[in-house]
Design a protein. Structure first.
Length: 189
């Protein structure tokens, strides 16, 4: 995962708060030492996270953020592990990006039902076309629109609907026997 919620894409270890710059001025952060990063040999590696992280890394991010809000929950962790395994196996193309898998995982766990609304602020959305940052506009009628900062398609279109559709498609590919998701019910702000 990239952005504010970035973590080591191999081990899931958190990144340092200090930034390091290379010769070209590109910023990155070091992987902090914990059990997983020491086993993976990633302690001190410089990274900004990744669009696609390992299943283990995503689960470790999930568990670490959950434990900020609640006591450990073995049932939730078991359900999350199984869901991540299936989601990562079914994902292809843009569906493989961490933010899409994260929100599909949120949908799956909320249907189990687990209280997982705490997950929503722990992933950053990106433009599904170019992977760039999104600019959010909240219209007074309760609608939130997200447009690509670089306007990669030149139409200043809302990308949230496209992201919702990608999440719903991944969910449907992973769980074909369940009723179809209405994309408009996903990622409601």
């Amino acid at each position: 995962m990239r952005g504010l919620n970035a973590f080591c894409p191999k081990s899931g270890a958190p990144l340092s708060t200090n930034s390091h710059y290379d010769q070209r001025g590109r910023k990155s952060r070091a992987v902090e030492a914990d059990d997983a990063s020491q086993r993976a040999g990633t302690v001190g590696e410089l990274t900004n996270g990744a669009r696609r992280s390992s299943r283990t890394a995503l689960f470790r991010h999930f568990r670490r953020t959950h434990e900020r809000y609640s006591d450990p929950d073995a049932t939730l962790y078991r359900d999350a592990t199984l869901a991540l395994r299936r989601l990562k196996a079914a994902a292809n193309g843009r569906q493989e990006w961490d933010d899409i898998v994260w929100f599909a995982l949120h949908t799956r766990l909320s249907r189990k039902p687990h209280d997982v609304d705490w997950m929503l602020p722990h992933a950053d959305l990106y433009c599904p076309r170019c992977g760039g940052r999104l600019r959010y506009v909240d219209y007074d009628v309760g609608d939130v629109f997200a447009t690509c900062v670089v306007d990669c398609t030149g139409d200043r279109a809302d990308r949230l609907d496209e992201i919702r559709t990608i999440v719903a498609d991944l969910y449907a590919a992973t769980y074909p026997d369940e009723r179809t998701l209405d994309p408009t019910t996903l990622l409601v702000f």
